[in-house]
Design a protein around this ligand. Structure first.
Ligand code: S3P
Length: 435
């Protein structure tokens, strides 16, 4: 867990970055493969699974509810599904670690299971808002208790029978949407969720892939409850949110040329490609194909002169995890970048607006906070120095990317957190700088 693995790393400037690499599996899809694989009838075989700490938390939770999950290769699993009502009451508290996806999706799933369960997490997750899922689930009839009137974990859930809902989420959030849909699995009838802008749709895609009746429509999605989920094999694509660090590293490091293989380019996740292209970045999508219901490509990246742009509206949820590294690109672009409509960044693993303003500032970056975003004025080059990850994996990796083209070495404090989403990140940076 990130608060148990304090580590310091120093990243020196790179003279060029070269190579062909593949990033680890998609975190969101890996979580869902365990959840739906467990609820399906039959054996689900997953390959390309992300063996990171967040997904480990989901894995442990389902094992604690009686699901047999076996590792069959370095990134391969076999899940013996127990069916929609086959989970057993866990004998102990379920620890979601740093993973908001584990906690929020499982709250939805557990609300409709006929037993008692308690979810907790690390000190970062216990600070994050949970009412956003507790409120719609309570409206379905769920019984959930938490600190601050159900806002903060630990959450205690007395599962039982629920009523269908048509929920208009005020926030564009795949975690809210998925929590309600997973609760809807146990309900007789239609569950519908709408949101201001479309958030990642991996839950909908995988539910349909396992045989559920899922109907996406403009502005939302409906699901027919009590489906028969049938086990399928899943090939998880590389995580575009992990590839984003390498894309920006390739764009801002002089002389860089990288080929990132097997990247998921689901349109609800590909905002980073549009943003970096609009900034003048050279990114080419090659060999576009489909894999287990998800689009995939290889991404070729070349060092480019970037310029500032304005980012807001429906692009924001489609690039929500990429703003720390987008702010690094913007800090090195010519002109000003304005990021708006992104207040959600304040409730991620840490307040990512405050964290990037403070840490890029320590390297001479010119970044100003706004309540819902940042205004970033590009500089020619960042300075070396000492920065902190704030215990957040994406801040740690963003600062490593910033370091690659800085004037001097950058020491990053508290880097153990990168294990949550990108095991092997530091080794991959070493590999491409020496190629
Ligand atoms: C995720 C949804 C997003 C994202 C998170 C993973 C998911 O969160 O930031 O890293 O797998 O559903 P929100 O739904 O809170 O935007």
């Amino acid at each position: 867990m990130s608060d148990q693995s304090f580590q310091i790393r120093t990243v020196t400037p790179a003279s060029a970055l070269r190579g062909e690499i593949a990033v680890p599996g998609d975190k969101s899809i890996s979580h869902r493969s365990i959840m739906l694989g467990s609820l399906a009838e039959g054996t689900t075989r997953v390959s390309g699974f992300l063996m990171g700490e967040d997904n480990r938390s989901t894995w442990n939770a389902f094992e604690a509810m009686g699901v047999a999950i076996r590792q069959t290769g370095p990134d391969a699993l076999e899940i013996k599904g127990v069916g929609l009502s086959g989970l057993a009451e866990p004998g102990d508290v379920l620890d979601c670690g740093n993973s908001g996806t584990t906690m929020r999706l499982m709250t939805g799933l557990l609300a409709g299971q006929n037993f008692f369960s308690v979810l907790t997490g690390d000190k970062y997750l216990r600070r994050r808002p949970m009412k956003r899922v507790v409120a719609p689930l309570t409206a379905m009839g769920a019984r959930i208790w938490g600190r601050d009137g159900g806002e903060r974990a630990p959450l205690a859930i007395q599962g039982g029978s629920l009523a269908p809902i048509s929920y208009a989420s005020p926030v564009s959030s795949a975690q809210i949407k998925s929590a309600v849909l997973l609760a809807g699995l146990s309900v007789e009838g239609e569950t519908t969720v709408t949101e201001p802008h479309l958030s990642r749709d991996h839950s909908e895609r995988m539910l349909a892939y396992f045989g559920a009746a899922v109907r996406p429509f403009a502005g939302g999605v409906s699901l027919t409850g009590r489906p028969r989920l049938v086990a399928r094999d899943i090939l998880v694509p590389g995580d575009i949110s992990s590839a984003a660090f390498l894309m920006v590293a390739g764009l801002v490091t002089p002389g860089a040329e990288l080929l990132i293989r097997n990247v998921g380019i689901n349109p609800t996740r590909s905002g980073i490609i549009e943003i970096l292209t609009a900034m003048g970045g050279s990114l080419d999508l090659l060999n576009i194909r489909e894999q287990s219901g998800e689009p995939v490509a290889d991404v070729a990246v070349r060092h480019s002169r970037l310029k500032g742009i304005e980012i807001g509206g429906d692009t924001v949820p489609r690039a929500i995890d990429e703003f720390p590294v987008i702010s690094v690109a913007a800090a090195l672009a010519e002109g000003t970048t304005i990021i708006r409509d992104a207040a959600e960044l304040r409730v991620k693993e840490t307040d990512r607006i405050a964290a990037m303003v403070s840490e890029l500032g320590r390297l001479g970056g010119r970044v100003e906070a706004r309540p819902d975003g940042m205004v970033i004025s590009g500089v020619e080059q960042l300075d070396g120095g000492t920065v902190s990850s704030h215990g957040d994996h994406r801040i740690a990796m963003s600062m490593a990317v910033a370091a690659l083209s800085a004037r001097g070495a950058v020491t990053i404090e508290d880097t153990g957190c990168t294990e949550t989403s990108f095991p092997g990140f530091w080794e991959m940076i070493e590999e491409i700088r020496n190629a």
